[in-house]
Design a protein around this ligand. Structure first.
Ligand code: FES
Ligand SMILES: [Fe+2]
Length: 374
């Protein structure tokens, strides 16, 4: 968020607090709940993921000479930044018989498959293999790793899971709002969770504050309020909810307000990436369909906004514990309960006018698979 954006958002939020009001959608909305459990919709969702661009990492997570692996809806992806700084994305599948050529993340100039030790360079070219004479007649230059579309915008890595996914304009509508230089961020921690709920429910918990005083009564609500601003950027969107400490800004002239919003700014990047910005840290939550409609895979990456001491890093790790517990013990539990309710016959959901981003996000998902939202 740019400074002018921060100032504008702060003014909007302070006014909402003063007037005890909320930014709202025009009306409430009711939708059938079969989108969370029906097989047919699940397959449509999986196809949507196959043809959509995905934000999968901060560029600063993959420094020169380093790599990173991710799994997205069962597709294993290898990101490699070569020594010259060129970032490539590959299918993490060996040309010999498809096994992984890399695991985890780290520094590497060569990628060696653990099955029969075929070896690839940073450009994905096959450079060595045991018993090469047994493969004579097959052109080795056709046995490189399969490239996937990849681009970087505002320090965010965007990839496609198929050759023909067009990435170019994916973040255009939201890029002017994504102001921070994510290139400078430092990696703190990456975690993975499996949640017993449809992936859409796991996204939903991140985009309304209606539940703060209840589900987060003793965790988040004592420090933050739900008097949030909401902004739409075509299929993407953003909300910003304040820390209660935002009140201290009232006694300061505007030009002394901090550059970063006194609270949490949360972006939805279509189709299922959630970017969370706080004054000193950032978090990327990637949410994917699991093996069946009622299962989601969640990956969380925590970053810090600049160089920090060991003591500060330890302090941030305490913050990570707080956020992980909030998600795992409160939001994900609620999402799993909703899933059980729908599977047991609760046949519709209602999104209030006080949940405008849920309405927007569901509309974007439905339109992307050719459904018309009411
Ligand atoms: S599958 Fe990779 S070397 Fe055989
Ligand atoms: Fe929540």
């Amino acid at each position: 968020m740019y400074r002018e954006d921060t100032v504008d958002t702060t003014k909007r939020v302070l006014e909402l607090i003063d007037t005890k009001s909320l930014e709202c959608a025009a009306s409430p909305q009711r939708l059938p709940s079969n989108m969370f459990f029906e097989r047919e919709r699940f397959e449509q969702d999986r196809q949507l993921f196959a043809r959509s661009p995905h934000v999968i990492a901060y560029g600063s997570e993959v420094k020169n000479g380093c790599y990173l692996t991710r799994t997205i809806v069962g597709v294993r992806v290898l990101l490699v930044r070569d020594d010259d700084g060129v970032l490539r994305a590959f299918l993490n599948a060996c040309a010999h018989r498809g096994a992984c050529v890399a695991h985890g993340a780290g520094e590497a100039h060569r990628f060696r498959c653990s099955y029969h030790a075929w070896c690839y360079d940073q450009k994905g070219q096959l450079i060595a293999r045991p018993g090469a004479k047994h493969f004579e007649g097959i052109d080795a230059t056709t046995l490189g790793l399969k490239l996937l579309p990849v681009s970087e915008t505002k320090g965010l890595v965007v990839i496609g899971l198929q050759d023909d996914v067009e990435l170019a304009d994916h973040l255009d509508s939201v890029s002017s709002a994504l102001a921070y230089s994510f290139e400078d961020y430092e990696h703190l921690e990456t975690r993975e969770f499996t949640v017993n709920a449809n992936w859409k429910l796991v996204v939903d918990v991140n985009f309304e504050g209606y539940h703060f005083p209840f589900l987060h009564k003793n965790s988040l609500y004592p420090i933050a309020t739900n008097n949030a601003s909401f902004d739409l950027f075509e299929r993407h969107c953003r909300w910003a909810f304040p820390l209660r400490s935002i009140d201290k800004l009232r006694s300061l002239p505007e030009d002394q307000w901090p550059d970063r919003f006194e609270g949490t700014v949360v972006y939805f990047l279509f189709p299922s990436c959630v970017l969370v910005e706080t004054p000193t840290a950032a978090q990327m939550i990637r949410i994917y369909p699991g093996s069946y409609p009622g299962e989601a895979h969640v990956q969380l990456t925590y970053m810090l906004t600049g160089p920090v001491s060991e003591a500060e890093r330890a302090m941030h790790l305490e913050g990570v514990k707080f956020s992980n517990a909030l998600l795992r013990d409160e939001d994900f539990v609620a999402a799993a309960e909703c899933q059980q309710g729908f599977e047991a016959g609760r046949d519709s959901i209602v999104m209030g006018s006080n949940e405008p981003l849920l309405q927007h996000i569901h509309r974007a998902w439905d339109e992307a698979i050719g459904l018309k939202c009411p």
